[in-house]
Design a protein around this ligand. Structure first.
Ligand code: ZN
Length: 202
């Protein structure tokens, strides 16, 4: 006999959706749903309003691929940042990690993943064309390829280096200290800062 539903469809739906979030399994999703229901005014209503507002306002930056409530994003429009330096990352989470570390005041370019023969992800599936366009701007002097040290990440880095060769920019990569297969998001701030400062030419 299948387990009987213990709550109405609205709560079941809430549990189902919460369970799709990273890090939340079915048990955590049930606990989160219950916490929301119990804290209706202090948690569920503000969260609902914040979600609605985010749905209305959050967009992808047409310049760099970052997420923000404005396009171009806060980073792209920040005149105090070094416009000669672009840091290429796989995902917005990597951009956030580098910003938390405060290693360098640059602009970013979010690829949206890595090349992967296994998953059928080719150059046209990533934000590479826009990177080449940005790197061709004479104001840009250096591109740091800060992709993860995975096999796919390194394949992507080599491909980008070839593509950037015509752009007359210095291309560098993070120093050792980024563990193989390690994701930038999991590195502590000191390690990230050192990896950026001790970057090496590709
Ligand atoms: Zn941007």
């Amino acid at each position: 006999m299948p387990p009987r539903a213990v709550a109405g469809p609205e709560i079941e739906r809430l549990i189902q959706l919460l369970g799709k979030l990273p890090g939340l399994g079915p048990r955590s999703a049930r606990r989160a749903a219950l916490a929301l229901v119990k804290r209706r005014e202090s948690l569920m209503e503000p969260l609902s309003a914040a979600l609605t507002r985010a749905v209305e306002t959050v967009r992808v930056c047409s310049e760099c691929g970052n997420v923000d409530s404005r396009d171009p994003c806060t980073i792209c429009t920040d005149a105090t940042r070094d416009a000669s330096l672009i840091i290429v990352v796989e995902d917005v989470s990597d951009l956030w990690a580098l910003e938390r570390a405060g290693a360098v005041s640059a602009r970013y370019h979010v690829l949206g993943g890595t090349l992967s023969a296994l998953d059928g992800i080719g150059p046209s599936d990533l934000n590479i064309e826009s990177l080449i366009r940005r790197a061709s701007d004479p104001a840009v002097k250096e591109v740091i390829i800060a992709v993860n040290a995975t096999v796919d990440g390194q394949t992507t880095a080599h491909y980008l280096t070839e593509q950037l060769a015509a752009c007359h920019v210095a291309v560098s990569r993070l120093a050792h200290g980024v563990p193989v297969g390690g994701e930038l998001d999991y590195l502590d701030e000191g390690t990230l800062t050192a990896a950026i400062r001790q970057r090496r030419p590709f």
